[in-house]
Design a binder for this molecule. Structure first.
Ligand code: FES
Length: 154
């Protein structure tokens, strides 16, 4: 069931758009802000509120790779695995992250602090290799920088 805050925020979004469907991605983001991820139940609740089918809402959620359909940690690390980053040291960064966090792709640390995911180009190829943690973009990363970067996130 959507919370009162989620319903209030989604209702506000609905007032900004010409048709209810147009608020779909914002509604997904609102639920994710509150819960870190969007469950099947939340997809169904959003669908009911926006007069869409659950399959339609699910397809929007699936299209946007920053909507998480499974539980994630408090911080999500997106490591770019596209060509420029690959050439500039992606493999070493990935290995170092695995060593520090003791998790692989798609996994969350035991303390729920981090989830590690691969990501297509982050749009900063001239400063490869790159990764994002939540909304923060890190560029020109050296493996030795990783621990200091991760320390900022609790
Ligand atoms: S290839 Fe990594 S930012 Fe473009």
């Amino acid at each position: 069931m959507l919370s009162a805050i989620e319903i209030e925020k989604i209702t506000h979004e609905l007032q900004q758009v010409p048709v209810k469907k147009a608020a779909c991605i914002e509604a997904l983001k609102i639920v994710q802000q509150e819960r870190r991820w969007v469950s099947d139940e939340s997809v169904a609740d959003i669908a009911a509120m926006l007069e869409m089918s659950t399959a339609e809402v699910d397809s929007v959620a699936t299209f946007y790779n920053l909507i998480f359909r499974q539980p994630v940690g408090r911080h999500v690390i997106l490591l770019c695995d596209s060509i420029s980053c690959y050439v500039m040291g992606y493999t070493v960064l990935r290995q170092r992250l695995h060593e520090i966090l003791l998790i692989g792709y798609g996994q969350t640390t035991a303390d729920e602090r981090f989830t590690l995911l691969p990501n297509a180009c982050l749009g900063t190829c001239d400063h490869a290799p790159a990764l994002m943690i939540d909304d923060d973009l890190y560029r020109d990363i050296q493996p030795a920088d990783l621990e200091q970067i991760l320390e900022k996130y609790h």
